[in-house]
Each structure stands twice: as structure tokens, then as C-alpha cells.
Design a protein around this ligand. Structure first.
Ligand SMILES: Nc1nc2c(ncn2[C@@H]2O[C@H](COP(=O)(O)OP(=O)(O)OP(=O)(O)O)[C@@H](O)[C@H]2O)c(=O)[nH]1
Ligand SMILES: [Mg+2]
Length: 215
């Protein structure tokens, strides 16, 4: 299979922070196919998106918690004769303590609206930081996902920060435990968005998922 994500094809459509507006969009797009990036603040969601979709796609932040909206993009696959439009969702990070109470409540309503109503043809990519895997907020999020029925891939990013083989081996050891506990997690990837390590494998996995859904 040779299809890949068409670099630079991702067009920004909406930045949604209003749950009602989001609910309206979700109602209009019940069959949306695509991929969604979700994870703690600062794990590199936007960076991974840029490495996969083309540099200028998402905004990379120096300050954690920068992405406060659900950013919706449309993209295409290179060489796809059907010219299917796929959606890319960049979700605001969870586990960010500094947000005000009111904002955190809005975040919850926004996320609930998203996860409850988004089409089940959307793949969830849960990004984690390879240096700090499986933090409490990651565990809480997986428990939250348990209520829904999404195919999920876990992606450990910032692999370049793990210098010692021992650290990588410890991460590998987590795998069977994760697959056993979280049955909706179908694949686990270790990548570096910055150094582009193993990104091709991740891209192929995403494309395979998308094509499976569009048959
Ligand atoms: N060393 C290293 N740094 C990375 C990598 N990916 C991202 N970063 C850095 O991590 C920081 C956060 O990256 P973002 O892509 O903005 O993270 P995010 O998950 O989108 O953050 P929020 O939008 O705030 O939730 C930036 O300073 C990036 O340059 C990586 O693979 N390796
Ligand atoms: Mg971001």
C-alpha cells in the first residue's frame, strides 16, 4: 500500500471553544472520517501533527496548555483517486493545572460534547511523553475513554529524550500491561516528532486505519 498523507493539504477549518457550536458541527458531520490527537499539555500533539501533515499545520507552543480550542482541519491522501476528505482534530491538552475553574469546566463540556458525538470512524491517537508515561491524568483519560468505543493508538513521543537503553526497555515493558488493561488500545508507537523517528510507521498505521474505514 502506497498512499500517504498529502503534505501541506491540511486546511484549517474551525477553532471551536463553544460546545454548542461544536455540537452543531458534529450533527452536520455524523460520518466524519479522520484522526484525532489527544494528550496531556506539552507532550507534542501539535509538533507530531506538523511532522505528519506538513510544517505549518498546527501551532507549537512554548507554554503548556496553549491549544485551548478544538482545531478542525481537512486533509487528503496523496494519490487517492476517490479524493476523500478526512478530518484532523487537534484537541486541547488535559491535565493542565493552571487553567481557571471556569475554563476547566468549559473544557470538560467541550470534551464531553466531542467524545459523545463524534463519529466512530475517527481514530484516537493518545499522545504521551515517553519520559513520563502513564501519568495519573493519562490513566484518568484512558478510564474516561473506556465509556466510549473508539479505536485508539497510544503514541509515546519525545523518544529522542530517552538516552539510555534501560529507559526504553522500561517503556517496552509497559506494553503488555497496557494492551491487557485497555482493550481499545490497538497499537503502541514510540516516536520523536522532532527527530522524525518512526514517524513513517505511524503514518502508515493512520493511513491503513483511514482506508479500512473508507471501504
Ligand atoms: N525533544 C523533543 N521535543 C519535542 C518533541 N515534540 C515536541 N517537542 C517540544 O515540546 C513542546 C510542546 O510541543 P507542542 O507540540 O506544542 O505540544 P502540545 O501537546 O501540542 O501542547 P498543548 O497544545 O499546549 O497541549 C515544544 O517546545 C516542542 O518543541 C520531540 O519529539 N522531542
Ligand atoms: Mg497543541
Amino acid at each position: 500500500m502506497s498512499l500517504v498523507i498529502k503534505k501541506g493539504s491540511a486546511k484549517f477549518r474551525y477553532g471551536m471553544s463553544n460546545p454548542e457550536q461544536l455540537a452543531g458541527w458534529l450533527e452536520e458531520n455524523p460520518e466524519a472520517k479522520g484522526v484525532s490527537f489527544v494528550g496531556r499539555s506539552n507532550v507534542g500533539k501539535s509538533s507530531t501533527i506538523n511532522s505528519l501533515f506538513g510544517k505549518q499545520t498546527a501551532r507549537v507552543s512554548k507554554t503548556p496548555g496553549r491549544t485551548r480550542e478544538i482545531n478542525i482541519f481537512e486533509f487528503e491522501l496523496q494519490g487517492d483517486e476517490t479524493q476523500t476528505k478526512y478530518f484532523l482534530f487537534d484537541l486541547p491538552g488535559y491535565g493542565f493545572a493552571e487553567v481557571s475553574k471556569e475554563m476547566s469546566k468549559n473544557w470538560q463540556v467541550l470534551m464531553n460534547t466531542f467524545f459523545t458525538n463524534i463519529s466512530r470512524n475517527v481514530l484516537m491517537l493518545n499522545l504521551q511523553d515517553a519520559r513520563h508515561p502513564h501519568q495519573q491524568s493519562d490513566i484518568d483519560f484512558q478510564e474516561y475513554l473506556r465509556n466510549f468505543n473508539f479505536e485508539t493508538f497510544l503514541v509515546f513521543n519525545k523518544l529522542d529524550k530517552l538516552k539510555k537503553q534501560k529507559e526504553r526497555a522500561a517503556l517496552d515493558k509497559l506494553k503488555p500491561q497496557i494492551f491487557k488493561e485497555y482493550t481499545w488500545v490497538k497499537q503502541i508507537h514510540f516516536v520523536s516528532a522532532e527527530k522524525r523517528t518512526k514517524l513513517e510507521q505511524l503514518e502508515q498505521a493512520i493511513v491503513s486505519y483511514l482506508l479500512g474505514q473508507s471501504l
